[in-house]
Design a protein around this ligand. Structure first.
Ligand code: DSN
Length: 412
């Protein structure tokens, strides 16, 4: 990676970027929401487009000089619509949370009611957590998952009939089963609600046709672009044509100023990459790797919420080991594996401590990890959890994880 100019201008930042590159190269990234973009995506996001103000929409801007920006943003919109089968795309949201916020703003007034998945059961902060704008300004009712780690659709329907929400949200940050978007739409229709599908985590799988698409059912589809979709950090909102104007207004001037056109260009590149046959193979391997990891962990005697995963992620339930998510995520870091602590359903620990660890395979799959590598990763994880106090044991496991990283080099 060329850092020639930063090194001259700001050696302190340059050094940290180099160290971060080394960290990414030498560790096994299992944070389910992270990935490693292509160099093409990175070039676009580090381009001269960062210099341009382009408030407004293509061909309806508040600044001059947007002729090239307009072409790029329109290409990005078109690629998003084609890839996900939706009528309209706004590619300006800076993040998934802001994409969700724009849907709230376009569809509701403060105080209106939302039905969404509870955060501790796998939902997302921006779906109605009391500490987020969504929970602070809206009346939120939450559904969870059952003992099998699955959404209980009958219970969602019961809650919808009881609470009559204006908006129902499906999609999660920690859910390992296929989401039945059709069922959600039937429930929404029964109570006259609009349906938002937040596919941030599974976007790459949906794009590859390996998870059912929400397009025929959801009024709105939001996603981040940096998770399984493997683009730059950012968000996109897609919707049916009838909501296009309201969504565009909610994004700008509703809540954002100048769009990040360098990131929009990078989103366009990533969407093109995601439309290729190679991406389909990549997404299929993400799922195979997740299943191999889950199987390996269960073979080592560890529990997974809901058992076998159906997508790219899973949550280790550490309760029977007597260890916490916080401690074990730190131990995994010692052995060269990055993951995040996560609550499990009915977690006796606080969200800061937790009894679980969420694991996902998009990033390691980008590096070229295959099923046999995931089995070795499962053994390293189990070894670290069972022998978390054995310093020499952890050192040996670190060597094994480094070997895997060297087998699958990144950015060389
Ligand atoms: N923080 C993301 C995740 O890790 O799933 C969701 O926004």
């Amino acid at each position: 990676m060329n850092l020639e100019h930063i090194k001259q201008t700001d050696p302190v930042v340059a050094e940290q970027i180099e160290l971060e590159l080394k960290r990414q190269q030498d560790t096994i990234e299992l944070i389910a929401s992270e990935n490693c973009t292509s160099l093409a995506v990175m070039e676009a996001s580090g381009s001269v487009l960062t210099n341009k103000y382009a408030e407004g929409k293509p061909h309806k801007r508040y600044y001059n000089g947007c002729e090239h920006i307009d072409v790029i943003e329109e290409i990005c919109q078109k690629r998003a619509c084609e890839l996900f089968g939706m009528d309209h795309a706004n590619v300006q949201p800076h993040s998934g949370a802001q994409a969700n916020m724009a849907v709230f703003m376009a569809t509701m007034k403060p105080g209106d009611r939302v039905l969404s998945m509870d955060l501790s059961n796998g939902g997302h902060l921006s779906h109605g957590s009391p500490v987020n704008f969504s929970g602070l300004y809206f009346d939120v009712k939450s559904y969870g998952i059952n003992e099998y780690g699955e959404i209980d659709y009958d219970d969602v329907r019961r809650m919808a009939l009881e609470h009559k929400p204006k908006l129902i949200i499906c999609g999660a940050s920690n859910y390992s089963k296929i989401i039945d978007f059709k069922r959600f739409r039937e429930i929404a229709d029964e109570v006259g609600a609009l349906l938002l599908a937040d596919i941030a985590h599974i976007a790459g799988l949906v794009a590859a046709g390996l998870h059912p698409s929400p397009a025929p059912y959801a009024h709105f589809v939001t996603t981040t672009t940096h998770k399984s979709l493997r683009g730059p950090r950012g968000g996109i909102i897609m919707c049916k044509e009838e909501f296009a104007q309201a969504i565009d207004k909610a994004v700008f001037p509703g809540m954002q100023g100048g769009p990040l056109e360098h990131i929009i260009a990078a989103k366009a590149v990533a969407l093109l990459e995601a439309s290729k046959p190679e991406f389909k193979e990549y997404a299929a391997q993400i799922i195979k790797n997740a299943k191999a990891l889950a199987q390996g962990l269960m073979d080592e005697g560890l529990d997974i919420v809901g058992g076998m995963t159906e997508n790219h992620l899973m949550t280790l339930d550490l309760r029977k080991t007597g260890k916490t998510g916080k401690d074990m995520a730190n131990v995994l870091e010692v052995v060269g594996i990055t993951a995040n602590k996560n609550t499990v359903p009915n977690d006796p620990q606080s969200p800061f401590v937790t009894s679980g660890i969420r694991l996902g395979t998009p990033a390691v799959t980008t590096r070229g990890f295959k099923e046999e590598d995931m089995t070795e990763v499962a053994k390293i994880i189990a070894g670290a959890i069972y022998a978390s106090d054995n310093e020499q044991g952890l050192k040996n496991l670190r060597e094994r994880s480094l070997k895997l990283c060297q087998k699958h080099p990144l950015y060389v």
